[in-house]
Design a protein around this ligand. Structure first.
Ligand code: SF4
Length: 181
C-alpha cells in the first residue's frame, strides 16, 4: 500500500484566527499505516473541533523515511529518543537490523514539516519508537515498556514544539488556547 506522507496533510477549509496548527501522527484517525497495517482511533469532540478549524497537520515520520506498510516492528534499545539522539541508544527491528539512521531522518522530516506548517504543538501516538511521548517499548520485544520519548517526539521537543500523547487531548487543547490568546 503506497501512501505518500505528504498526502496526509489535510486541506484547511477554514483557518483558525491565530493559525496555531497541530502536528498529529498520520495513523491517528487516519489510514492504516502503522507497522502492522492498523491505525489508532481517537473519538473526541476536541479532535473533531480541531479538524473543523483546520488545525490538524497529519504526518508519518516512518513513511517519510521510506519504510513500507506493513513493516517489521521496531523498538529503541539503550534508552529512549534522547539516547538515540545522543548516540547511546539505537532503533532496531525484531530481526536485529539497525534502523537508527532512518528513524533519525524521519524525525528530522517531521520537525521540518511541523515548522513549515506553523505547528506549535504535536499530538502523537504513544508507545511508538518514533511518536511515543510518555513511554516506549524497551527493546526486548517482550512487551516491556519504559517511561520516555520516541525519536520524533524528542526531536520536536528539542525544537520547541510541545508534544502530547493522544490520551491528553484536553491538555493539548488548553495549551493551544493559551498559545492563541
Ligand atoms: S511513525 Fe508515528 S505516525 Fe507513523 S505509523 Fe508510527 S506512530 Fe503512526
Amino acid at each position: 500500500m503506497a501512501i505518500n506522507p505528504l498526502q496526509l496533510v489535510v486541506s484547511n477549509a477554514r483557518e483558525p484566527d491565530s493559525m496555531r496548527r497541530i502536528l498529529v501522527s498520520g495513523c491517528l484517525n487516519g489510514p492504516p499505516i502503522r507497522y502492522n497495517r492498523t491505525n489508532v482511533e481517537v473519538v473526541s469532540p476536541i479532535w473533531d473541533r480541531w479538524a473543523d478549524e483546520g488545525r490538524l497537520v497529519p504526518f508519518c515520520a516512518e513513511l517519510a523515511a521510506g519504510f513500507p506498510i506493513p513493516r517489521r516492528p521496531a523498538e529503541i534499545r539503550g534508552g529512549d529518543g534522547t539516547s538515540v539522539r545522543s548516540g547511546t541508544g539505537t532503533v532496531v527491528e525484531d530481526t536485529g537490523a539497525d534502523v537508527t539512521e532512518q528513524f533519525l531522518e524521519g524525525a528530522q522530516l517531521a520537525v521540518a514539516h511541523a515548522v513549515q506548517n506553523g505547528c506549535v504543538a504535536a499530538v502523537l501516538t504513544d508507545g511508538s519508537p518514533s511518536c511515543g511521548s510518555t513511554y516506549t517499548y524497551d527493546g526486548s520485544f517482550t512487551g516491556g515498556t519504559i517511561n520516555g520519548t520516541g525519536v520524533v517526539a524528542q526531536l520536536l521537543i528539542d525544537n520547541g514544539i510541545r508534544v502530547f500523547p493522544e490520551t491528553q487531548l484536553d491538555q493539548a487543547d488548553q495549551f493551544i488556547r493559551r498559545e492563541s490568546t
